[in-house]
Design a binder for this molecule. Structure first.
Ligand code: PMP
Length: 405
């Protein structure tokens, strides 16, 4: 039976509104997804029935909040198939997770060591490594990948016995390309490097199995997978998390404090200083359960079908540069030569259609593509074929209106 998004869509209250007398068409899901009622309810219920500080253990509500918070960790552990719940560190999101690793690994780097990333990275998986290289005298190297995710040059020379850290995205946020993760991780591991995978654009669409990926660190944000903002996770293997020097210190992450020295807590608390985002963790667990209940393959096929439908219509129309692959992606990134992105974006916004324009936090990738920015329509499980068509029709109208002739 064909997938019907209408049942799922009805679980997302925000989507039923009108914008400028048009139905809201939200196609900016790679930036952030909307939240289903079960996530909103989980956060609301927590505040109505369980709010207290966690791990203080002195009274009923504190125990209740702690139990829910730690259960949420188990749900997220299960969601990415991590072996132990202590391997899940709560963070603000992907950016904080990467910074935590970049600061935590500073002590292992020497002058001349190499940090390797790919040319498809979001700034969040670039700037922390660049700054780490500046602080330590290590060298930041960039493995050139084509926009199709293929090696642009002989890759063997990039993985050397000086490669100490390898960090790569699973899926490009700017153009939707999958990176050749398996081969890259294998090469990096052969050189004994720590490996980090940026899963920000993967978790909402693809079932993630960190045991199978066998990376040292896996990072993602809740808000891109139907969960709340301000919460995400850093998964790490036991030895990898133990190597990290905590980049924040204070309460919660300690066992014993004296003026002379501090004994740090065990994992995961050692890397979680201060009062955590309790309702965020509970909301993220609800989002994971929401996804677990779906037929993930059916959702992915649907999202890819919508992207492919838009790709095909844009290609057929002509006069549009498309930067995304034709297949196996859930977004379409493109530009229209001679018409400014902002003008197109503004026209679509007037029609109630929300997409993203700009560099998508990937300046070097935009340079590689030879553009300042692109327009990006990105899909989620609740988007419909009518929305995909409404977007294409409005884009073609805008091109006619704003074009030269
Ligand atoms: N990496 C990728 C691939 C992303 O798409 C994003 C968000 N656009 C990030 C990292 C940063 O995520 P956050 O802003 O949630 O920390």
């Amino acid at each position: 039976m064909a997938f019907d998004p209408s049942l799922l869509r009805s679980q997302f209250p925000i989507l039923s509104q009108q914008v400028n007398s048009h139905p809201l068409t939200y196609l900016d899901n790679a930036a952030t997804t909307q939240k289903p009622a079960c996530v909103l309810k989980a956060v609301h219920d927590y505040y109505c029935t369980s709010n207290a500080n966690v791990h203080r253990g002195a009274h009923f509500l504190s125990d209740k909040a702690t139990n829910q918070f730690e259960q949420a960790r188990e749900v997220v552990q299960d969601f990415i198939n991590a072996p132990l719940k202590s391997h899940i560190i709560w963070t603000k999101g992907t950016t904080e997770s990467i910074n935590m690793v970049a600061y935590g690994l500073e002590h292992i780097l020497k002058q001349g060591d190499e940090i390797l990333i790919t040319s498809l990275e979001h700034h969040a998986n670039l700037v922390p490594w660049q700054q780490l290289a500046f602080r330590t005298g290590a060298r930041l190297r960039v493995l050139p990948l084509t926009s199709a995710g293929e090696w642009q040059e002989e890759f063997a020379s990039y993985f050397t016995n000086r490669t100490r850290i390898f960090a790569a995205t699973q899926v490009s946020n700017a153009i939707g390309t999958h990176t050749p993760l398996k081969e890259m991780l294998l090469r990096a591991k052969q050189q004994g490097a720590f490996t980090l995978v940026d899963g920000a654009q993967a978790v909402a669409h693809y079932p993630v199995d960190v045991e199978e990926l066998d990376c040292d660190f896996y990072v993602f944000s809740g808000h891109k997978m139907y969960g709340p903002t301000g919460i995400g996770a850093l998964y790490g293997k036991q030895h990898a998390l133990e190597v990290l020097i905590p980049y924040q210190t204070g309460g919660e992450m300690v066992l014993k404090v004296a003026y002379q020295a501090t004994e740090f807590n065990v994992l995961p608390y050692r890397l979680e200083a201060g009062t955590p985002n309790i309702e965020g963790a509970i909301g993220l667990a609800a989002a994971s359960e929401f996804l677990n209940k779906q037929d993930r393959n059916a959702l992915l096929e649907w999202e890819q079908k919508l992207a492919n439908h838009v790709y095909t219509r844009l290609k057929k129309a002509g006069g549009i540069e498309i930067y995304s692959p034709e297949k196996h992606t859930t977004l379409v990134s493109f530009s229209v030569p001679n018409i400014h992105l902002i003008d197109l974006n503004g026209y679509l916004d007037g029609q109630g259609i929300g997409i993203r324009s700009g560099s998508h936090c990937t300046h070097p990738l935009m340079e590689q593509l030879g553009v300042h920015g692109t327009l990006r329509a990105s899909f989620a499980c609740y988007n419909t074929l009518e929305e995909a068509d409404r977007f294409c029709d409005a884009l073609f109208d805008a091109m006619e209106l704003l074009g030269d002739e």
